[in-house]
Design a protein around this ligand. Structure first.
Ligand code: GDP
Length: 446
């Protein structure tokens, strides 16, 4: 079951339970059985699922719930907490610091997405102002260096490797030395993922690790192996000091939930997930926002993080205040469009809001989406201040819309589309109304 479907099944089960007039033991059991089925279909280990079910029943003692308490909310919160517990892998042992050189070594089996992930990781940090560099110490697989070189060139990240040298330790050491001299603050070493025997692979990893003394070893794993991830993660952990894990191919595989929970069970911190082949299909893994999104609860904490990241500091308090008052105006939409266009790859800010990105910013059509946003902004440029600041511009009459269309050189239909888009956005953003503005990572306001 692909993650989106898993989330859908779980939220449907909760919804069905919520529709029942009375929530008794039978209704709760039906809901939990549905959730269990969905998790097992995602290849989550039976024991984990059973424990989760038992814990929820322990927490949600229906008889004990005083009359007047919102049972649904309590049950939903218990499910949320248990899923978080199941997927929480803990925090990585080492935190990188911008401006201070760190060496990060990537390990994992061939085909897991290791080389792709090295570049994604470098690119992610580069966008945040780091100075990353890539070293290809995979001398085993023909073409590994070419692949890294291609990816690195595309992302304009310096790289080091050799077509002739066959000693991975030598290359790794040379690469790390060179980039230390060049004051790179994030030196990423990609190692081989295949050997004739597993023992030789682990031995090579140990040698590269000893020679380069990485601050952090990241284990890259393909999510399609499901709960088998437990054994694989354990095996790597026992051979090198794995400090963090990245789980790849979470975009299309049926066993993503199983893989994540299995890695969590080995207490190896998952820090990112890979969600596609492209460079920016890479997400920070943070368990609470992840589960929240999975359950369709809306990822408000992630959304807040994005607001902190994207909206200029001086605009933040005012924006948050307006949102918490439920006052989403066309001007706010305009300003957020401006911020998105400034930010670079669009779609990231809102992609975490349910139902948003798919319509305004379909994947793979970023250029068109960008053009559409610019068109919308031109139309808004022809509006009056009153219209931009009104909390009810959707009631605008047709002659006014015609004038805006003429003023901006667009069709009436396009102005109507833009206002439709506004309505849709206003509906989503109105969920912020009355909410205590959540602090980073805090879900209590949900
Ligand atoms: P390596 O052998 O471990 O270095 O693996 P590669 O980086 O060469 O990746 C193997 C394949 O997986 C390539 O076709 C990648 O494009 C693909 N891949 C890597 N990460 C992801 C991901 O998150 N999602 C998807 N769909 N494909 C991925």
């Amino acid at each position: 079951m692909v993650l989106g479907e898993l989330g859908g099944s779980i939220s449907r089960a909760i919804q069905q339970m919520s529709n029942a007039t009375i929530i008794d033991e039978k209704v709760l059991n039906e809901c939990l059985n549905e959730i269990t089925r969905a998790l097992l279909q995602s290849d989550v280990q039976f024991k984990l699922v059973r424990d989760m079910q038992t814990n929820i029943k322990k927490i949600v003692n229906l008889d004990d719930l005083a009359a007047g308490h919102n049972k649904r909310k309590i049950i939903q919160q218990a499910i949320f907490n248990e899923l978080c517990k199941m997927l929480d892998p803990g925090k990585p042992s080492f935190t990188l610091k911008k401006g201070k050189t760190s060496v990060v070594m990537f390990v994992g089996l061939q085909g897991s997405g290791k080389t792709t992930t090295c570049t994604k990781y470098a690119y992610y940090h580069q966008k945040k102002g780091w100075k990353p560099a890539l070293v290809c110490a995979d001398t085993f697989r023909a073409g590994a260096f070419d692949q890294l070189k291609q990816n690195a060139t595309k992302a304009k990240i310096p790289f080091y490797g050799s077509y002739t040298e066959s000693d991975p330790v030598k290359i790794a050491v040379e690469g790390v030395e060179r980039f230390k001299k060049e004051s790179c603050d994030l030196i990423i070493v990609d190692t081989s993922g295949r050997h004739k025997q597993e023992a030789a692979l682990f031995e090579e990893m140990r040698q590269v690790s000893e020679a380069t003394k990485p601050d952090l070893v990241i284990f890259v794993m393909d999510s399609s192996i499901g709960q088998a991830a437990f054994d694989q993660a354990q095996a790597f952990k026992q051979s090198v000091a794995v400090g963090a894990v990245i789980v790849t191919k979470m975009d299309g595989h049926a066993k993503g939930g199983g893989a994540l929970s299995a890695v969590a069970a080995t207490k190896s911190p998952v820090i990112f997930i890979g969600t596609g082949e492209h460079m920016d299909e890479f997400e920070v893994f943070d368990v609470k926002p992840f589960v929240s999104r999975l359950l369709g609860m809306g990822d408000w904490s992630g959304f807040m993080d994005k607001i902190h990241e994207v909206v200029p500091m001086d605009q933040q308090p005012e924006l948050l205040q307006k949102l918490s008052e439920g006052n989403f105006t066309l001007r706010i939409m305009y300003e957020q469009f401006q911020n998105i266009l400034k930010m670079g790859p669009i779609g990231q800010v809102f992609s975490m809001l349910p139902g948003f990105s798919a319509e305004l910013m379909p994947k793979g059509r970023e250029k068109e989406s960008q053009a559409k946003i610019k068109r919308y902004m031109t139309m808004m440029d022809s509006m009056t201040d009153e219209e931009l600041d009104s909390s009810n511009p959707k009631l605008m009459n047709e002659s006014r819309m015609m004038r805006i269309a003429r003023g901006s050189g667009r069709q009436l239909r396009e102005v109507q589309d833009m206002l439709e888009e506004y309505k849709r956005l206003a509906k989503i953003w109105s969920k912020m109304k009355g909410l205590k503005i959540p602090k980073k990572g805090d879900m209590s306001a949900l």
